[in-house]
Ligand binder design. Structure first.
Ligand SMILES: Nc1ncnc2c1ncn2[C@@H]1O[C@H](COP(=O)(O)OP(=O)(O)O)[C@@H](O)[C@H]1O
Ligand SMILES: O=C(O)C1=C[C@@H](OP(=O)(O)O)[C@@H](O)[C@H](O)C1
Ligand SMILES: [Mg+2]
Length: 173
């Protein structure tokens, strides 16, 4: 089992990924946490000190390292992971990718509380501005997210529903 979760910030990749790894009894890796471990500093600190281009370079490198180390895993990517450095090709070629398709209004509600730990969103003051920003981001990222062979809509992004989806997918493969 090599299952990769992709989708916007707040989609629930980290939360659902943990649950799926328990259910499938495989290691769970959160790519952001791995980057933090390698760098010895937080994601906001990396963005502030080095900028986004550096973060994307490290993200691409750590992604490849993690995949080389784990024949089986559930991987929660960061929201931007599939959109840079041909990462989406690596994901599609090495495992099953699942897009957590969650409406922007829902994303906004979830990330607002945690905005401080999400550097790309931290500077945004109110809900309308946040939703506009998320819509703009999604508009660019959708072309990458849409390449995932599997997708779940918000209400179906549960461990049980994803297990059923995967069982059907693997039976038809
Ligand atoms: N299915 C869900 N329903 C409601 N809230 C959720 C759900 N999944 C995640 N959350 C909450 O949304 C926030 C972002 O979740 P997280 O798993 O960190 O998303 P991501 O890794 O995709 O950015 C967290 O506060 C989390 O508790
Ligand atoms: O959308 C993005 O570009 C990012 C999302 C974050 O991960 P989550 O999607 O888990 O919040 C993290 O990788 C970084 O802050 C950049
Ligand atoms: Mg996450």
């Amino acid at each position: 089992m090599r299952l990769y979760l992709i989708g916007m910030p707040g989609a629930g990749k980290t939360t659902l990924g943990r649950g799926l790894a328990v259910a499938y009894e495989v290691p769970f890796v959160d790519l952001d946490e791995e980057i933090v471990r390698h760098e010895g500093r937080s994601i906001p600190d990396i963005f502030a000190a080095e900028g986004e281009a550096y973060f994307r370079m490290r993200e691409a490198a750590v992604l490849r390292e993690v995949l080389a180390q784990h024949p089986k895993l559930v991987l929660a990517t960061g929201g931007g992971t599939p959109c840079f450095h041909d990462n989406v090709e690596v994901l599609l070629e090495t495992g099953i990718t699942l897009y957590l398709d969650v409406p922007v209004a829902k994303l906004a509600g979830r990330v607002q509380a945690a905005a401080k730990t999400r550097p790309l969103l931290a500077a945004l003051p109110d809900t309308d501005t946040l939703e506009a920003h998320l819509n703009e981001t999604l508009h660019f990222r959708k072309q990458f997210y849409d390449r995932a062979p599997l997708r779940c809509q918000a209400s179906a992004c549960t461990v049980g529903a994803v297990r059923q989806l995967l069982a059907r997918y693997e039976a038809s493969a």
